[in-house]
Design a binder for this molecule. Structure first.
Ligand code: ADP
Length: 506
């Protein structure tokens, strides 16, 4: 800091900034507290989605590397399971502290490899770290039960036992929080793990475990196996099928979730699946429209629409339809600033990769071909690069268009005009997804009815953001199995053991 103030050259300042911020950048995988290469020595590049430049190369590990990491996690479980809940709690808390202290460095890495704006990346670190502090507290509250027995000389005791080795496969859209939400919970329960981060964003995972190691997480408790998309199926099947693995925790697409569920079934393994959503965002006439639009901005454009809880289908009552669209358009024009995530003032970054860019533009083009109307956006800003899609509003969408059923995962709001509560419940539930739903109304009875009738794991009334460490996050239908966050999130990684204490009268 002192150097900066007394006026060093610009290049040196950039160097100082770079080295200060990117000091958590790693180019090796992490097994048994060692930074390791793939056995084959293969590597793959991690790209910055803003311009496809290579940030660094990381090991392209294969099935044999995954097996080795699982063995390490299994050996470590033998001792880690006996570490007291109090000690595990203290370690998690130290990890939380270090993540908070290194927020800027973590955010810089998240922005570099995921493209999201720096302010959102810092927000993700705050959100992700909160799971570590929450589970640090939960660790000491995974209580058992003593149940009155039907026999005078026997006692029934239920205790919670850690499952063992957990395999974790994570996506690129929240590369930090999707790891802390799982690892915080499983560590609180006394499990060990092997993480396979997304090939698009392995650097955040490596930075996070660097801090875990500094926080005193014992060697072998957390292991990270990096691999390219090409090796993901082979590594994934070892992570699901190896005998040492007792649970697979996955966040990602429903397509891949189904593959992993089948593989886990072979060994009757516990699964925790957080898959795609197709969230309805419903606005009734009694709603505060200003609030509904402000929340719509968050529910739709956070992470540029690349979130499983992101609003996918807007259902606006005919009485407030024109007002909502006019206000939404105004907010998007002012609030959605497209550009590189590390540039000041940018609120929407590039889409993560070419496949995603093709998918988003393909869905819009299909809808327009079938009669949807573009109110704004609907194209790339090619002056910025090949993955910068403009914030888009589509109207006149029908359920026959692909965009109605598919998770868009991009900055596209499709808007339907609705006439009644009955009609919207039917339309909103007409999907295999069942993760989040958003409802705007001031009618209390309607709020309760909607919460009950909507077939989604989470319903937000008058809000566009509902995820927090304290609440149980998860879906129904094809959106997944299990809950993350809350005490339930830690309980997912335990089995209930029933011990019968008998002959107490002898
Ligand atoms: P997205 O479309 O958002 O990338 P995916 O479900 O394809 O979502 O990817 C989420 C995670 O699943 C990534 O870590 C990816 O490497 C991994 N993955 C993809 N295919 C497989 C597979 N067949 N087996 C195991 N993991 C996989």
């Amino acid at each position: 800091m002192e150097l900066l103030r007394i006026g060093v050259s610009r290049n040196f300042r950039i160097y100082l900034n770079h080295s200060r911020q990117m000091h958590l950048l790693k180019d090796k995988a992490f097994v048994n507290n060692e930074w390791v290469s793939a056995r084959s020595n293969a590597v793959f590049p991690v790209l910055n989605p803003a311009d496809d430049s290579v940030i660094t190369n990381v090991p392209d590990m294969d099935a044999s590397d995954a097996k080795n990491a699982i063995q390490v996690a299994a050996d470590t479980f033998k001792t880690w399971q006996d570490v007291t809940a109090k000690e595990r709690s203290i370690i998690l808390r130290r990890w939380y502290d270090l993540c908070e202290q290194n927020k800027d460095s973590l955010a810089e890495i998240i922005t570099a490899e995921s493209g999201k704006p720096l302010s959102e990346a810092a927000g993700e670190v705050t959100y992700g770290s909160s799971f570590l502090s929450w589970f640090s507290e939960c660790a000491r509250h995974l209580n058992g039960e003593v149940i009155p027995s039907p026999w005078p000389n026997k006692q029934i005791i239920l205790t919670r036992q850690p499952l063992g080795v957990v395999s974790i496969i994570t996506p690129w859209n929240f590369p930090f929080a999707m790891i802390t939400r799982k690892v915080g919970a499983l560590m609180a329960a006394g499990c060990t793990c092997v993480i396979k981060p997304s090939e698009d964003t392995p650097l955040t995972a490596l930075a996070a475990v660097e801090l875990a190691e500094k926080a005193g997480v014992p060697k072998g408790v957390i292991n990270v196996v990096t691999c390219s998309r090409k090796n993901a199926p082979a590594v994934g099947s070892v992570l699901c099928e190896d005998n040492h693995v007792k649970c697979i925790s996955f966040t990602g697409s429903t397509v891949v979730g189904k593959i992993l569920y089948q593989q886990a079934a072979k060994g009757i393994k516990r699964v925790s699946l957080e898959l795609g959503g197709n969230a309805p965002f419903i606005v009734f006439p009694s709603a505060d429209i200003q609030n509904a639009v402000e929340q719509a901005m968050l529910a739709k454009f956070r992470n540029n629409g690349q979130a499983c809880v992101g609003a996918n289908r807007f259902f606006i009552h005919e009485d407030v339809y024109d007002k909502f669209i006019a206000l939404f358009k105004e907010h998007i024009s002012k609030g959605c600033v497209l550009g590189r995530g590390n540039q000041k003032g940018v609120s929407c970054g590039p889409l993560i990769n070419n496949e995603q860019a093709k998918k988003v533009s393909g869905l819009v083009d299909d809808a327009v071909k079938k009669g949807a109307r573009k109110i704004m956006g609907g194209e790339f800003d090619t002056t910025l690069g090949n993955k910068f899609y403009k914030s888009t509003i589509l109207t006149d969408v029908t359920p026959e268009m692909n965009i109605f059923r598919e998770e868009i995962f991009g900055p596209v709001a499709q808007i339907f005009k609705i006439k009644s509560e009955e009609e919207v419940v039917k339309l909103a539930n007409d999907t295999n997804g069942g993760l989040a739903a958003y409802v705007f109304t001031k009618d209390l009875g309607q709020a309760f009815r909607m919460s009950r009738k909507l077939e989604f794991g989470m319903v937000a009334i008058n809000d566009g953001i509902l995820s927090t460490a304290e609440a149980a996050f998860g879906g129904i239908k094809e959106s997944g199995i299990g809950r993350e966050g809350s005490l339930h999130g830690a309980q997912e990684y335990t089995d209930i053991k029933y011990t019968l204490m008998s002959a107490l009268d002898k």
